[in-house]
Design a protein around this ligand. Structure first.
Ligand SMILES: *Cc1c(COP(=O)(O)O)cnc(C)c1O
Length: 382
């Protein structure tokens, strides 16, 4: 039957770990700050795209970003709790969100509707707001049909001392395809939105439309600020610029099993070994963010060599075909990394799973230990 070797207890490589390279984030931030025509807002929503919101925020602010952006107010509190005192914008909240605390904690909020405006205006103090137009995605932001009324109401609230309209924002739906005419349409809508705001007496200092892709490819969209998230962590949706991926995911091989040719592997027996081989068990699955759709396509790196993931990826584990010579249990498997040593990349996982890199990096589960590292941080400690 099959030979079985079990990883020794307490082995130094006993757990899955996610290393986050903050030097890569620093590099990417400097590159993006150099491309942006205006200020750079570091978007650290979804826990900094899975890289650690506070770590990414601190690194970005030390390398050219001047502001922070998040989706929800809860994400904003985390940054304030960490002592980050720079301008901070939160743009996707229900109308009954805690706008009073936002004002107290100096968090700017996006206003996409009259309902939101009324809620923000009703809080004590003078809230700083960014009017948010949907520039062509039928998603968040105000319907263009309601924009003029929203601008007029915001101007009245400003005159009554309830709000200060510091910004106008939009978002491009096709910036990853720079030639798509949707981008020109979005820019035109945004220009119209600014003109409409001006015509009722608003003077927003912060006018922002571009995210990562448009910051890298479309200077006409830059206005006074770029809001970049993906690019900070090495993802360029426009594929125009070489950025540095920041995540490396590794795990131990828990068991190595010698099996005969024809051995079925995993749920549904979707794979049978072609010949006698060694199978390695890796304690990571789709609950840890490795997409099940990548089953049958994915590869990992073991001892510098690519090996196929075989059978279906399970919730908590996957199986690697290690070949006829096998390796020892306890050896480290690299699921993905920057790719510099031939290991798979997040971009490859995304293509194996027919998705985008964003979904892979934001999906890494809570069971995986995160280890931020930065040589500049080490230098400042010594
Ligand atoms: C996520 C997001 C961004 C950042 O986009 P990237 O492509 O990740 O740079 C900017 N603006 C808004 C409104 C967003 O939701």
């Amino acid at each position: 039957m099959s030979g079985l070797a079990v990883a020794p207890r307490g082995s130094t490589c006993s757990r899955a770990r996610l290393d986050v390279d903050l030097d890569a984030v620093a590099h990417n931030t400097r590159l993006l700050a150099g491309r942006a025509g205006g200020e750079l807002m570091a978007v650290v929503k979804a826990d900094g795209f899975g890289h650690g919101a506070v770590d990414v925020a601190r690194t970005a602010l030390a390398n050219g970003a001047t502001r922070l952006g998040v989706t929800t107010l809860d994400e904003a509190w985390l940054l304030r709790d960490a002592g980050l005192a720079v301008p901070l914008l939160s743009w996707l909240n229900p109308a009954d969100a805690d706008f009073a605390t936002a004002a107290v904690r100096d968090v700017d909020v996006a206003v996409p509707s009259l309902l939101h405006l009324a809620a923000v205006a009703a809080t004590p103090g003078r809230s700083r707001i960014h009017l948010h137009l949907d520039t062509g995605m039928a998603r968040d932001g105000a319907d263009p049909a309601s924009w003029a009324a929203l601008c007029r109401a915001a101007r009245r609230a400003e005159q009554q001392g309830q709000v200060e309209v510091v910004g106008v924002m939009g978002h491009l739906g096709c910036a990853d395809q720079p030639a798509d005419e949707c981008n020109a349409l979005g820019r035109t809508r945004f220009a119209w939105a600014l003109e409409t705001a001006r015509s009722v007496g608003l003077r927003p200092r912060d006018r922002h439309l571009a995210a990562t892709a448009a910051t890298l490819t479309d200077p006409r969209s830059h206005h006074t600020m770029s809001r970049v998230g993906a690019g900070l962590v090495g993802i360029d949706p426009s594929r125009s610029t070489r950025l540095q991926p920041a995540m490396t995911l590794t795990a131990p091989i828990l068991q190595v099993r010698r099996v005969r040719g024809g051995t079925p592997v995993g749920y549904g027996h979707t794979h049978r070994t072609a010949a006698a081989t060694h199978l390695g068990l890796v304690p990571l699955g789709y609950a840890d963010g490795l997409p099940r759709l990548a089953s049958g396509h994915a590869e990992v790196q073991v001892r510098g060599v690519r090996r196929p993931v075989v059978g279906r990826i399970s919730m908590d584990q996957l199986v690697v075909d290690l070949g006829s010579r096998g390796v020892d249990a306890g050896e480290t498997v690299t699921l993905f990394g920057p790719g510099a040593y031939g290991e798979p990349t997040v971009a490859e996982w995304a293509s194996w799973a027919e998705t985008i890199e964003h979904e892979v990096v934001t999906g890494i589960g809570a069971r995986v230990e995160r280890h931020p590292r930065s040589t500049s941080h080490l230098r400042s400690l010594s």
